[in-house]
Write a protein that binds this ligand. Sequence first.
Ligand code: AP5
Length: 213
Amino acid sequence: MKNLVLFGPPGAGKGTQSALLVKQCNYFQISTGDLLRSAIKEKTKLGMEAQSYMDKGALVPDDLVINLVDEVLSKLNGKSFILDGFPRTKAQAIALDQLLLNRKLKIDLAVFLEVENKKLVMRLSGRRVCQTCGAVFHIQNMPPSVSGVCDNCGGLLVQRPDDVENVIEERLRTYAANTAPLRDFFKESGVYVEIKGDNSAELVFGKILELIK
Ligand code: AP5
């Protein structure tokens, strides 16, 4: 199976598509956002350092995130992987190439999910996440069967602290300044593909499956 980078703006559907790929294709997901949120929950040194950046919608410093990914890459056990939310800067992309080279691995495809800003704001402000298992819902697009309760585990659904209006705006600005330029980096590496991310999650997933066949 192909090793993937899933990238795109906040709310483009990276987490949703990664979860489907894990469930149906047994991928190993590396989500730096999820890893950083776990570190915050466990009150580790990394978590305490990362929180102030995440709360305001800024990027966590490159060296912290690169070390985190380096650690996780050593747990792959031969599985194909999806990088979700990493790399997010050119420095991270360059470091990633080296980390993979050291392990005789490579990125086969960098899949860009394109969604317009108005939709992104609607998706992020309506997102609800299970406090227990991390499953992702949306109050309109993907509502749970019982409001506020996770379909998978019965856990409580909550809003992420960075899914509030002023932080969403900052995250979108941060994305445009730092991460959007990576499209050129991946184009030059010959691994770039683009998918319309504003179709239903099922349609987007179908497109990704076609690409990884
Ligand atoms: P992170 O958690 O990675 O956040 P993000 O990139 O902003 O992405 P999101 O998780 O918000 O969105 P998503 O694309 O996964 O969308 P989802 O599938 O959930 O990072 C958080 C923070 O951590 C960053 O701001 C930064 O501070 C720090 N960080 C993380 N990585 C870093 C790095 N590499 N370097 C430095 N700092 C880093 O979908 C969103 C909603 O839309 C859901 O409700 C979902 O149900 C719905 N939805 C999904 N797909 C569809 C669809 N096709 N149609 C309709 N609704 C849909």
